[in-house]
Ligand binder design. Structure first.
Ligand code: AMP
Ligand code: MG
Length: 474
């Protein structure tokens, strides 16, 4: 039962210096972990065909579907601020671009074997990071935040060696595209203006068809990132490795490595084991986005007319608009979390007032917002501090255009009951490594409806369950 894909591989038609064409490296014994049935249907694909032996052969890289043109994309990037002139798909391949009822999507295999960009890596992925990306990216989507998706996960029947031996796995990733800020940087660093022009036209056609100029494109990418990062902040998400090669110009969350959702709130929270200086801490994310967007803007300068000073001024002005765009998006998200439809001058202070008390009171991010109207105070070390804030909040709510029921409904759809908590993700991975996939399936299923009550997944971790560090997962 061979799955049918309708491919139209526009990236493969770009000049060959954009990629290396090669097939995936076959694996010993593919085994299905999960097909994302809802996503498959949304993409016009037959989930049963994907789950069949012929489908699993494609999802593991043992077969290349008709019409595919597998390739590894080349890119560069700033990693923790340091320049890496040569990166690329070292453990992934773009299989092709599928035409679906909701548009064009990249179909990518992650963990599909070595490529010329693998450097010292083996080109493979192991079960833990594959399960993690599946769970977290699908949760992000259900939370209403733009993200790459997980269409399927399979095991390879081969071992992958990290600190020890782990079962190998492959994730099938769906994305609007896998074009990164680092893709632009690769060509800009080489002074390849022709490639930059082609790449820019490609991105405009695919993602920003309304952009008439390069400056329009820059503004659109900046606006998309401002909205995206506000979305992350609103659910306590920490990406963990916001390198420029992990920032999608399409505005989707991409590359779920050492990412994490906070349990107890603190603005300086960091989970990634390799982020020793907190460069990518929770509250640093908007500033890092500007830093990355400034790199993107710099890449576009050679395309923005002959008057270099004017181009620099325009690009600088565009980047300077990020804070206002971000603040607007952030305020909209957090006002909704407080059940407020109108916006008043002092609302930012009200939100910060709560967040400050949450940090001091070691309150759980998700549950504080979800339970503002009920027992949130009990989650604070000092419940009286919450009460003084709640007095201000209630006064503000009384002035809001929404009545009490409308406000409660807005809060219920803006404050998730569950997020992929680290201890649940880790427990699902541990069980998966021991051969029991039931916790992974159950968690994935629950996270499809994060705004409904799920008693099993709502509580923060006990002290002995707390996960304080996450790993790159390569
Ligand atoms: P990341 O930190 O996951 O964004 O990856 C950074 C770079 O390392 C990218 O160019 C990846 O393709 C490459 N890379 C990560 N893991 C592996 C691996 N296991 N094998 C080969 N290349 C890898
Ligand atoms: Mg990456």
């Amino acid at each position: 039962m061979t799955p049918h894909f309708t491919f139209d591989n526009s990236y493969a038609r770009l000049p060959t210096r954009f990629f290396t064409a090669q097939p995936p490296t076959p694996v010993a014994q593919p085994g299905l972990i999960r097909v994302n049935e809802r996503l498959a249907r949304d993409l016009g694909l037959d989930p049963a065909a994907l789950a069949s032996p012929e489908g699993v052969a494609i999802l593991s890289g043992n077969a290349v579907p008709d019409g595919a043109t597998p390739l590894a994309q080349v890119y560069a990037g700033h990693q923790f601020g340091g320049w890496s002139p040569q990166l690329g798909d070292g453990r992934a391949l773009l299989i092709g671009e599928i035409q679906t009822p909701s548009g064009r999507y990249d179909l990518q295999l992650k963990g599909s074997g070595p490529t010329p960009y693998s450097r010292m890596g083996d080109g493979r992925a192991w079960l833990g990071p594959v399960m993690r990306e599946y769970i977290v990216s699908e949760a992000m989507h259900a939370l209403g935040i733009r993200t790459t998706r997980a269409l399927a996960a399979v095991t390879t029947g081969e071992d992958v060696f990290r600190e020890r031996r782990y079962p190998g796995a492959v994730l099938t990733r769906i994305a609007r595209s896998h074009i990164r800020v680092g893709t632009f940087q690769y060509f800009a660093a080489r002074g390849d203006t022709e490639a930059l022009q082609l790449l820019t036209d490609h991105v405009i056609a695919r993602h920003y068809p309304d952009a008439e100029t390069r400056l329009d494109l820059l503004n659109a990418v900046i606006a998309a990132q401002a909205d995206l990062i506000a979305g992350w902040m609103s659910v306590g998400f920490i990406h963990g490795v916001m390198n420029t090669d992990n920032m999608s110009v399409a505005g989707e969350t991409i590359d779920y490595g050492p990412c994490a959702f906070m349990d107890t709130y603190h603005p300086d929270k960091v989970f990634s084991s390799i982020d020793r200086n907190g460069r990518y801490a929770y509250s640093a994310q908007p500033d890092i986005a500007i830093w990355n967007l400034a790199q993107f803007a710099t890449c576009l300068l050679p395309l923005m007319g002959d008057d270099r000073d004017r181009a620099v001024q325009q690009a600088t002005d565009a980047c300077h608009r990020f804070p206002a765009l971000f603040t607007d998006a952030w305020l909209a998200r957090f006002c909704a979390k407080l059940g407020l439809a109108g916006e008043e001058e002092e609302d930012a202070d009200l939100i910060h007032g709560l967040l400050d008390r949450m940090a001091h009171g070691r309150a759980d991010f998700t549950n504080t917002f979800r339970r503002l109207d009920s027992d949130a105070r009990d989650g604070f070390d000092d419940p009286a501090a919450f009460d003084t804030w709640a007095t201000l909040w209630n006064a503000r709510r009384a002035r809001d255009p929404l009545d009490a029921d409308e406000s409660a409904a807005l809060m219920a759809r803006s404050n998730p009951a569950i997020i992929p908590r680290n201890h649940h993700v880790e427990a699902a991975i541990r069980a998966g490594l021991a051969g029991d996939l039931a916790p992974f399936h159950a968690l994935s299923e629950a996270l499809q409806t994060p705004f409904a009550e799920h008693a099993d997944y709502a509580d923060g971790p006990r002290a002995d369950q707390e996960v304080t560090q996450t790993f790159c997962g390569t």
